[in-house]
Design a protein around this ligand. Structure first.
Ligand code: PXP
Length: 251
């Protein structure tokens, strides 16, 4: 909990897909903790890991190893289930990010429907907050969802950037620009309600800068692209390059 945070736009490196590669064969390597320590040394301000219900990548043992081995904060991504709440309360990571989770999805497809389940999610996060975890809710850049997140007392929201990144990658530029504008407006709106704003999902070297330039955004969580890029330029190089692009955008 006394772990230090330095940058005004933090980079959280998501190491889930190091575990995906390990689990493709079973066994011990590549080791997610080793990748996390390397990320920490390369300038990551935090490490993010999603313990999914089906344990398809990160495992309970990985979470234990990250909790004891890291010097930077762990952001524990989890679905709003009793099982995950118990695990989070056992470890009390620096941050927990509540995400929607469907067994059949390949990745987290949308944001959490907090507006429709306000009371339920409010009750769910209360013990996590009381335990001292900084609770974040992963939501779409949507006014109703943001208002609900503020009403239930979540200190942080993470805005889903997937639609913006997909539109960019597929050269649907009008759609991309509309998504970007929505993210910009909703970042400012959330900040006006007193929420801290994070963002993530699908970010790459090519599309990170417009999001990093939003002054309200305090943290980006980036995983799949960085782990993929590390095949070509190494994890340290990929993180350093991402950090540089973020700093440039922040001006
Ligand atoms: N933020 C949240 C809440 C996520 O669920 C994910 C994916 O696990 C990310 C950020 C990182 O997304 P990506 O791996 O596409 O960079």
């Amino acid at each position: 909990m006394s772990k230090t945070i330095q940058n005004n736009l933090r980079l959280g490196v998501n190491i889930d897909h190091v575990a995906t590669v390990r689990n493709a064969r079973g066994g011990q390597y590549p080791d997610p903790l080793r990748a996390a320590l390397l990320a920490q040394n390369a300038g990551a301000d935090g490490i993010t890991a999603h313990l999914r219900e089906d344990r398809r990548h990160i495992t309970d043992t990985d979470i234990e190893a990250l909790m004891t081995g890291l010097n930077v904060p762990l952001n524990f991504e989890m679905a709003a289930t009793d099982e995950m709440q118990k695990i989070a309360l056992r470890h009390v990571p620096h941050a927990v990010c509540i995400v929607p989770e469907k067994r059949e999805e390949r990745t987290t497809e949308g944001g959490l429907e907090v507006a429709r389940e306000e009371n339920k999610i409010g009750d769910f996060i209360a013990p996590l907050r009381e335990a001292g975890c900084r609770v974040s809710i992963f939501i779409a850049a949507d006014r109703r969802q943001i208002e609900s997140a503020a009403r239930i007392g979540a200190p942080v929201i993470e805005l889903h950037t997937g639609a913006y990144c997909d539109a960019h990658a597929e050269a649907r530029f009008a759609e991309r620009d509309a998504e970007l504008e929505r993210l910009r407006e909703m970042s400012a709106f959330a900040t006006s309600l007193g929420l801290e704003v994070h963002a993530g999902h699908g970010l790459t070297f090519d599309c990170v800068q417009p999001i990093a330039a939003f002054p309200e955004v305090m943290e980006l969580n980036i995983g799949h692209f960085l782990i993929g890029e590390s095949i070509f330029i190494g994890l340290e190089g990929a993180i350093k390059q991402m950090r540089e692009l973020m700093d440039q955008a922040r001006g």
